[in-house]
Ligand binder design. Structure first.
Ligand SMILES: Nc1ncnc2c1ncn2[C@@H]1O[C@H](COP(=O)(O)OP(=O)(O)OP(=O)(O)O)[C@@H](O)[C@H]1O
Length: 753
């Protein structure tokens, strides 16, 4: 394997060492020879009486090596600020659930030495222009060679760590996390683009006790400070903070605060209750003080280093005359230590527990190696408890995830092979799935279709942030150097797509408390409805002496009224029927039956009256006919008298047809012998016909009787009516007033004949 130089991996040692001797050292563009010299100078490791070497010493040596190197050729601090300090455009608006900002790192020493040009321009207003590689050549620029992207904020190379916190929108996100929202800040970008720098700052920051005023502190540290500042100001709310730290390495979820989980990766499961994915058995640490949170950050990063190194390397370090290597077969918990011809076994957890574990230099040494091969997620859970005006305690469960994604490309420029290639493939796969999810979510047509969150552990854990109830900050880190054009353009496109995603943030509350709140709201609504119903029933003044009345008592009052005064039955809200007990319901049913019966009786009575009226009408009609006939006779007599001139009383062309006659005659009264022949067989006549006089008397008597009957029936009380002609009317035979008996009505004209 030829000496290889890995670019863009910050203070970050990727030592690929063979047993016994240093063969290859890959370190941030430094030549092999220089590193070999440095390593030899610092090879004096302490070996104790038993022949064991403490891991702290070993790490210290590496740190020393790095520091020496950094001292020789410069550090992150000395990186030249290429562009003037600018924080780009306007701060994020509260409407954006996914707030996308871009951070452009400065050209590093190597890039400047190799005279790589800048391909990015910053016209302001959150815009960034990327030229193609040909753009800077003599060939004329055309539209296709230039891409313009717009984001919430663009941080130019001169932007400080403080600018990121002040203008990226992270403060708003922390405030929302405290309010109970699920929030995420994640860094995306190619290897060496400044993700780790943005999130945690340069690796030597945590050497010894970190200085809180160090301007190089990254986003996580500053967010912790802001979080505690906010919490201190809210004395009325009780906050509980818990933190967890995990990494996703080769699609395995490892708890960085619980080394044992390396043996058995944690499962990511779906929770029906919360409607999201969660990591089973993930260790969470209560954090009362800022120091506790910082300890979690430090511990996680440190362990990330070791864990990753142990898993990814057969040999993790080799310093003549000692070498420590990872025994793939037996080690979940041990290291094999070789010193010349001797081998020693060291328990990995002893190593983890030793004092040197908190040595940041060790963490940073391997962290960079790790960070390019795994995704890390530090989560701070913020549980708040507040008493509302109504005295109810409400607790909300917000959280904020800080996600450092692995570099978005590896194989092309790192010449990955073997295990490194496998890691790179896994990283690329998960980032590809993430990219696919982002693309689908940002497409209005696809966003409601299938989103392949389940295709990678990373997307499962980010699902909530991208499409669920969360609020997300994406920091796209890019390099301005010409030779990174393709990766930078890719990252900008990725970020641009993410900007189009819309989520629906909701406050996460304890389900029981949410239920109590909603029940309280229901009770208020019901009380209002109750008042409204009382008003509708005119019962609001019907209070009991003590001012209280209950449903049952109100109902009794209604029943009484109905029984005594025949008042209308109260209208009961169907939805509230369930609130009545059995006896009240029985009373109500009885009440409705009584009302039914009364209505039926009234119905029958009205029907009878109508029948009587029709019969009387018939009698009156007959009487009318008779009178007409009489009038006709009188007219005949008058016509015959020479003294009285004949005058037509009624003109009727349809009279008897006699020419010249102006007297109207009822054709039916024409004597049979005088009737036209066509009437024969169509009219039958009553042969026992009474005399007109007799008939008139009978009719008069009948009319008088009917009138008396009608008058008396209207005076009858309902109770008396029961005993009369319709007392036997039952539900079955009761006539229905809405459907008159048509047979009877049709019969009427026949009676008139
Ligand atoms: N804005 C910046 N200002 C100064 N130095 C920076 C900046 N961004 C990155 N760097 C330096 O660039 C180098 C690479 O950065 P960093 O390690 O953060 O990249 P990364 O994206 O995390 O890479 P990887 O994916 O490989 O972990 C580091 O030395 C870092 O200090």
């Amino acid at each position: 394997m030829p000496p290889t130089i890995v670019f863009g991996i910050d203070v970050y040692i990727m030592l690929i060492l063979k047993l016994q001797r240093i063969t290859y050292i890959h370190f941030f563009g430094l030549s092999i020879q220089v590193l070999q010299i440095i390593a030899r100078r610092n090879s004096g490791l302490n070996v104790d009486a038993t022949g064991k070497v403490t891991f702290a010493d070993l790490c210290q040596t590496c740190v020393h090596t790095i520091r020496t190197y950094v001292g020789l050729i410069g550090s992150a601090d000395t990186l030249e600020i290429v562009a003037s300090k600018s924080t780009g455009s306007e701060p994020s608006t509260p409407d954006d659930n996914i707030n996308v900002v871009v951070r452009v790192r400065p050209l590093n020493e190597k890039e400047k030495r190799d005279r790589y040009g800048m391909i990015l321009q910053f016209p302001g207003n959150g815009q960034i222009i990327i030229e193609s590689t040909e753009g800077s050549n003599k060939r004329s620029r055309n539209q296709e060679n230039v891409h313009v992207f717009t984001y919430n904020v663009v941080f130019e190379p001169g932007a400080t760590q403080e600018d990121i916190v002040d203008y990226s929108g992270i403060k708003r996100i922390i405030e929302m996390a405290i309010e109970g929202f699920s929030c995420t800040a994640f860094c995306y970008g190619q290897t060496g683009s400044g993700k780790t720098h943005t999130l945690t700052g340069p690796p030597d920051l945590f050497l010894g006790k970190p200085n809180p005023n160090d301007p190089r502190h990254g986003l996580i540290f500053r967010s912790f400070l802001y979080l505690f500042q906010l919490i201190k100001n809210r004395k009325d709310i009780n906050y509980v903070l818990k933190a967890s730290f995990l990494e996703i390495y080769n699609e395995r979820v490892i708890d960085l605060l619980n080394p044992g989980s390396a043996r058995k990766p944690l499962a990511v499961r779906w929770s029906k209750k919360s409607g999201g994915f969660f990591v089973e058995n993930l260790f969470t640490v209560d954090c009362e003080e800022l120091d506790d949170l910082l300890a979690v950050l430090e511990e996680g990063l440190t362990y990330t280093t070791i864990q990753s190194t142990l898993q990814t390397r057969d040999t993790i370090l080799c310093y003549p005359p000692l070498s420590i290597y990872w025994n793939q077969n037996c080690i979940q918990s041990s290291l094999s230590l070789e010193s010349h011809s001797q081998s020693y076994l060291v328990n990995a957890f002893d190593i983890l527990k030793c004092n040197g574990m908190r040595n940041r230099a060790v963490g940073s040494h391997a962290m960079n190696d790790h960070s390019s091969r795994s995704h890390t997620m530090l989560t701070v859970h913020i549980i708040s408890e507040q008493q509302t005006d109504g005295g109810v305690f409400i607790s909300k469960h917000g959280k904020i995830n800080f996600v450092d994604l692995a570099g978005s490309e590896l194989t092309k420029k790192t010449l990955s092979e073997g295990k490194t290639l496998e890691e790179a493939n896994n990283i690329n796969k998960s980032l590809m799935v993430l990219g696919y999810c982002i693309a689908s979510l940002s497409d209005n047509k696809k966003r409601f279709g299938h989103i392949p969150y389940r295709d990678s552990q990373l997307t499962k854990l980010l699902a909530d942030s991208l499409a669920g109830n969360g609020v997300t900050l994406m920091i796209a880190c890019v390099s301005p150097a010409q030779y990174n054009h393709a990766e930078t353009l890719n990252t900008l496109r990725y970020a641009s797509r993410a900007k189009r995603i819309r989520t629906k943030p909701v406050i996460m509350m304890d389900p029981r408390e949410a239920l109590i709140l909603s029940l309280k709201r229901d009770i208020n609504a019901l009380l209002m409805e109750n008042d409204h119903l009382k008003a509708a029933l005119n019962l609001h003044h019907e209070t009991l002496p003590n001012g209280n009345h209950q449903n049952g008592e109100l109902l009794e009052m209604h029943l009484e009224r109905v029984a005594t005064g025949g008042m209308a039955v109260p209208k009961v809200d169907l939805e509230r029927l369930a609130e009545l007990d059995g006896s009240e319901l029985a009373d109500l049913v009885k009440l409705y039956m009584q009302e039914n019966e009364a209505l039926r009786q009234e119905n029958n009575h009205l029907f009878t009256v109508r029948e009587t009226i029709l019969r009387d009408q018939e009698i009156v009609c007959r009487e009318n006919e008779r009178l007409l006939k009489k009038l006709e006779d009188v007219n005949k007599v008058c016509v015959r008298s020479p003294l009285i001139p004949a005058r037509s009383a009624i003109t009727a062309e349809s009279g008897n047809g006699t020419a010249g006659s102006e007297i109207w005659m009822n054709p039916q009264d024409v004597p049979i012998h005088e009737r036209p022949a066509e009437m024969e067989g169509r009219i039958s006549e009553n042969k026992d016909k009474r005399s007109d006089e007799d008939q008139r008397k009978i009719d008069q008597q009948r009319i008088a009787k009917n009138i008396i009957n009608m008058a008396s029936s209207f005076q009858k009380k309902p109770d008396e009516a029961k005993t009369n002609n319709w007392e036997n009317v039952t539900e079955k035979n009761a006539p229905v007033i809405d459907k008159p008996n048509t047979a009877q009505i049709e019969y009427m004209p026949d009676m008139l004949m």
